[in-house]
Every structure is written in C-alpha cells, then in structure tokens.
Design a protein. Structure first.
Length: 147
C-alpha cells in the first residue's frame, strides 16, 4: 500500500485555537481526520507526525527515506530558517509537497521566503486546511491515479 507522511511543524497541533482569521477554524484533529479518510478511500496509508523541535522534524524526514512514497510538510516557522530541514528533504529523496495555511507572500517580510521551496516537488499555500487536502489529492493521483 502506498504511504504518505504528513509532517506538521511548531504549533500546528494548536491550529483552530488562535489566530483563526489567519489560519482558519479547522482544528489539527479535524485536518488529520480528513486526511486519513481521504487516504483510506484511495487505499493510501496516511501517517502523521508533529513536533515543535527542529531536530525531530529533521529525523522524521530522513527516516521517511525508503518507507514513504510522498511527504506533505508544513514546517511552520522553520520554513524561514531551517537549513537542516532543507538538507533532510534533499537527503531523503522522497517527493515532498510544502504546505502553508496562510500565504507567505501576504505575511511579515521575514516570512516571505522558504528555505525548502527550491527542493520540494511543489508548494500549496494560502488556502487554509484545504492546502493539506490539495497536497494529498496530488499525492494520491500520482500514486494510484485517483482520489
């Protein structure tokens, strides 16, 4: 069975609790449940990992090598600072889709750049929780030809 790893960065386990005008009302649990349901319907295993610790995110990405067919990652604040996450994406060699709930271009200037955008398969941003679902739809289409 094809496998997709969804990685959530710092504070993503609290989405839906604060700054809902920016990130939306959908909770972390609701997002993950919708992704699991989409995966089950397409016979694709969807695993979820979340951490606020950069090294744990790096390890999860590196350990995906040979185990997963796709990674969907929202590095959150580490998007703008982490060369280690960039290097882990390159090392693992797994097609990776970067997602963001908000549009980086419409945020503070320091959020306008992503350290991993040059090494990912694609990036979906600014569509709230739907960014994750669109990324999974793409992965499913590439893995099994339907969603």
């Amino acid at each position: 069975m094809p496998r997709v790893l969804v990685i959530h960065g710092p504070l993503m386990n609290h989405i839906g609790e604060a700054e809902t005008d920016l990130y939306g009302m959908e909770t972390y649990e609701e997002i993950n449940a919708s992704l699991a349901a989409m995966g089950a319907a397409a016979e694709v295993e969807v695993d979820v990992f979340q951490s606020a610790i950069e090294g744990e995110l790096v390890n999860a990405i590196a350990e995906a090598r040979g185990k997963y067919n796709f990674i969907i990652i929202n590095p959150a604040a580490y998007s703008h600072t982490s060369v280690a996450i960039h290097d882990a994406v390159v090392f693992c060699g797994v097609p990776t889709i970067e997602v963001h709930l908000s549009s980086l271009a419409n945020r503070e200037p320091f959020r306008n750049q992503s350290t991993i955008s040059r090494v990912v398969t694609g990036r979906i941003e600014g569509l709230g929780a739907e960014s994750y679902r669109l990324a999974l739809r793409y992965a499913i289409e590439r893995l099994v030809g339907h969603e």
